[in-house]
Design a protein around this ligand. Structure first.
Ligand code: BG6
Length: 493
């Protein structure tokens, strides 16, 4: 993979200060992302990376973990030890015993010689700590106009709590200093949606209710809740995946072309979509939503436990699967259903967007064999490809016989460039100060408003989880077939 792009863009010197700096996300994603951009020679400035932790005396352990996570992020584990050591020397660990001026003493001392660098604070902690950390940073004099703050999800657990967290943070940081991360927006295949739509006249012309029958957005995971039982049981699939990742995908698919690729233009277009989402009501919550929870099962030959066993509880109402039929009530998308589906412990891991075009208006072929709709399949992961399914003549005699064949573009194989991780692009965008790929507070409020029309109606109308076996395709697999064909439609692979 080519890594030899010549970078010339100079960044302002920075201190990246990660709260929750010894946690899983920091070790697995944040530090390796920076390592890769350092190896790519993109960090053309002076910088320090600081892992803030509550735990004393874990320096050695932290360094070992850092090395092993970085090595794990490199293809085939081939690593240049010299580069690795230089990068590791940029990462320091600092103990902050409490979120207070005294607690941040060590941090203040560490940062003092670099007080002309921009401070980028990365909050990789539960969101209940965001307010107290912001306040302590402000009181310690560590925040100025050039400072930025990066917020990891979940930003609250309801509209009200997310607004109150935002109110606490904005006592210290202005909206233009706040970067709310949704790592889906950093994925190359997701960014390619913008290019696919807005750099190809062909698709954009047909991108509307006149030509499109429905759109499916699917994120299927084979993993369970892993070590995050506590967090997940408070959230569930709707808040963990739909409120952010799936809604952001929907926005990119549905939004109007922005006037230009500036943060406020793109974010405003996404906001209009979120505001146009049809709210769920007493009736549609039954017809247009399904939630489920996994029971024991088998994934690729391995026995896996049920959700309740995974979280070590006898009972839980939390959903690990959700399927929704959503509508964007605007001119372009009138009555086009957007099927959003996501679940844990499904048969396979894959994420994809399918644009189902309408049937041809009239079948001229004598056989009157069914003509399938064209489909544009955008596979986001684990493979990255685009397929355009079109009807094609079967060669040979027998009149006009035809079948659907896909034109395929393999995204990775078509390029020599290295395929970067989502966090790389996002962190670099924070350093350079570009908010395009980050959610605005208005977007968050609009997303929560729609999500609450689901959670409130689930509660009020007593909508229950449908159990599904781990390793199946979710509640649609045989159970809902008759009731709701849309849950299963094109979901199985
Ligand atoms: C996270 C969720 O935001 O996204 C996880 O909290 C989920 O539950 C993950 O597994 C999926 O991300 P990806 O990049 O693996 O599709």
């Amino acid at each position: 993979m080519a890594r030899n792009i010549k970078h010339t863009e100079k960044f302002n010197n920075f201190n990246l200060i990660v709260f929750g700096g010894t946690g899983d996300l920091a070790l697995r994603k944040i530090f390796p992302a920076l390592y890769h951009r350092y190896v790519d020679n993109q960090l053309l400035c002076e910088y320090n990376i600081v892992a803030v932790t509550r735990k004393k005396g874990i320096e050695n352990d932290f360094n070992k973990q850092l090395v092993s996570f970085i090595k794990a992020s490199v293809d085939g584990n081939k690593i240049n030890e010299k580069e690795l050591n230089t990068f590791i020397s940029k990462v320091s660990i600092v103990v902050a015993e409490s979120n207070s001026v005294e607690g941040y003493d060590n941090l203040n001392t560490f940062l003092a010689p670099f007080n002309d660098y921009q401070n980028i604070f990365y909050f990789s902690t539960p969101s209940s700590a965001f307010g107290p950390i912001s306040q302590a940073l402000k009181d310690s004099g560590l925040v100025n106009k050039s400072s930025k703050v990066v917020l990891e999800k979940p930003l609250g657990h309801s509209l009200e709590s997310s607004i109150s967290i935002n109110n606490e943070i904005t006592r210290t940081f202005d909206e233009n200093q706040i970067y709310r991360i949704d790592h889906y927006l950093g994925k190359e295949t997701v960014q390619n949606l913008m290019v696919l739509r807005f750099a190809n006249n062909l698709f954009e012309r047909a991108w509307n209710a006149e030509n499109i029958e429905s759109i499916q957005i699917t994120v299927s995971e084979s993993l369970g809740v892993e070590k995050r039982a506590g967090y997940y049981d408070q959230s569930g699939a709707l808040l963990d995946m739909v409120q952010n990742h799936l809604l952001q995908l929907l926005c990119l698919v549905a939004m109007e072309p922005p006037f230009e690729l500036e943060a406020h233009e793109v974010r405003n277009e996404k906001l209009k979509i979120l505001r146009s989402l049809r709210l769920f009501n007493k009736k549609s919550i039954h017809t247009d939503s399904v939630k489920g929870q996994y029971t024991r099962g088998n994934i690729e030959g391995d026995k896996v436990s049920s959700y309740l066993e995974d979280i070590e509880k006898y009972e839980s109402k939390t959903e690990t699967f959700v399927a929704l039929k959503a509508y964007v009530d605007n001119w372009r998308w009138k009555n086009v259903p957007f099927y959003l589906r996501t679940g844990k412990r499904m048969k396979k891991r894959y994420s994809e967007i399918v644009i189902n075009f309408k049937e041809v208006r009239h079948n001229i072929f004598p056989s009157k064999e069914k003509i399938n709709n064209n489909k544009l399949i955008i596979r986001l992961q684990p493979e990255e490809r685009i397929e355009l399914v079109q009807m094609t003549k079967i060669p040979g005699p027998g009149g006009y016989r035809y079948k659907p064949i896909a034109l395929k573009l393999d995204y990775v194989d078509s390029f020599e460039e290295r395929f970067p991780e989502a966090y790389e692009r996002l962190i670099v965008d924070v350093i350079r100060g570009n908010q395009t790929l980050f959610m605005s507070q208005d977007e968050l409020v609009a997303a929560w408003t729609w999500i609450e029309s689901i959670t409130n109606n689930w509660k009020n109308m007593n909508v229950k989880n449908i159990l599904y076996e781990a390793g199946s395709w979710g509640p649609g697999d045989g159970i809902l077939e008759e009731k709701e064909s849309w849950v299963t439609k094109s979901w199985k692979k």
